[in-house]
Write a new protein. Structure first.
Length: 251
């Protein structure tokens, strides 16, 4: 009988996944960070989108101490988070054809911007259409997904394609289909999802790369500081003023 607790097993699984993305996604992370740095340097704006629990990783990038001030949340009413009632409505909206087009038409995205789309499965209509339509607008798209879903599930978009098929760059989270890392002989279903831990870490690695690339080019990266450190509010006020035309979450 193993003396390893479920907590030990989950943390070991999460660490293993983090080590995998560190080793196997290094080139993609570097490319994604450089793409975001290029966008900032060229005067573009940055956006992130995720539906359901995938929105947690998107929200972690926005108005974040230590993060890029130019990252904006592309919000789709009813699918960002689980605050919609009933919670199952958000899952249903992800499968609605045409919703992404309506959202993009009323959003501030324009040619030259960059959009990070996060979808664990990458199979639903909303993220697939979001990527397709954004690229038609001249927006560069970074997809964050588990590529395994494309070989073990079917697409729910009319094209039969997945998010990964419509991106300039793809970051593979490596999360197994079903997003559950543990099993137990007395538990009838697998449990303990790790996608939020891994996806958030993956994207923060991209942000760190973007900031470093900008600095290496002699450009001060537009970073936010914590409002809980002395001088933080003053620092952020200066960044907000300097980049007011590229920050939308303060309007």
């Amino acid at each position: 009988m193993s003396d390893r607790t479920p907590a030990d097993r989950f943390l070991d699984a999460a660490i293993g996944l983090l080590e995998r993305i560190r080793d196997e996604e290094a080139e993609s992370v570097a490319a994604a960070g450089t793409l975001l740095a290029d966008t900032v340097a060229d005067g573009g704006r940055l956006f992130a989108f995720g539906a359901g629990h995938s929105s947690l990783a998107a929200q972690d990038l926005v108005y974040r101490a230590g993060g890029l001030a130019l990252m904006n949340l592309l919000a789709v009413p009813g699918v960002v988070g689980i605050d919609v009632m009933p919670a199952t409505l958000g899952s249903a909206l992800e499968r609605v054809d045409g919703l992404a087009s309506v959202v993009l038409e009323s959003s501030p995205l324009r040619t030259g911007d960059a959009l990070v789309i996060i979808s664990l499965s990458g199979r639903n209509a909303l993220p697939v259409e979001m990527a397709m339509k954004a690229r038609e607008l001249g927006v560069r798209v970074i997809g964050v997904t588990s590529v395994a879903y494309a070989t073990r599930t079917s697409s729910r978009h009319s094209s039969g394609t997945f998010l990964k098929d419509h991106c300039d760059l793809v970051l593979d989270s490596g999360i197994g289909v079903g997003d559950a890392e543990l099993t137990h002989d007395r538990v009838p279903a697998p449990f303990a999802p790790a996608s939020t831990v891994v996806t958030t870490a993956l994207l923060q690695a991209v942000m760190a790369t973007a900031a470093s690339v900008l600095a290496e080019r002699g450009i001060d990266p537009p970073l936010l500081r914590s409002g809980n450190v002395d001088g933080g509010h003053e620092w952020n006020a200066r960044v907000f003023e300097e980049y007011a035309d590229r920050i939308f979450y303060r309007r």
